[in-house]
Ligand binder design. Sequence first.
Ligand SMILES: [Zn+2]
Length: 156
Amino acid sequence: MKGISVLEGKYASTMDLWPLQGKEFTRIWPFWENLRAGRFTSTRCVDCGAEFFPPRVVCPGCMSDHLEWFDLPTEGTVIDVTEEFVGVPLGFTSPLIHALVHVGTWTFFVRVEAEPGTLKPGDKVKLKVFEVDAMPAEIGRNVVEIPRVHYCFEQA
Ligand SMILES: [Zn+2]
């Protein structure tokens, strides 16, 4: 089946939560290929050394586009937790658990798979990569499906 399964063939792209991932659509496509291989990566500026997460294709500090990929840790520590009970996006069940996590030198907000009410500050979490619906795309005269993955964290 081509399309986004949770949408049952309706609103194929406007309601799609998952980012475009093919080489044809984004210059950060290596992030998604690395993720598929279990690597959590981002980019660093070769000219000034600045590191970014999420990955960038141009350094905002020195405007260089000479960036290289590096690996981020795949484990982190929870700083705080929130559980979303209403307004959960299509395809997710309530509650949706989000946490502010420390991952190496980085701190960011991410969805965490955990039993509701159990995740707490100080808990260890680890990267989880999962398949999402392939994206139908027109390449030339053909409609192809571009496989996609995404990530969250889960209790370690
Ligand atoms: Zn730079």
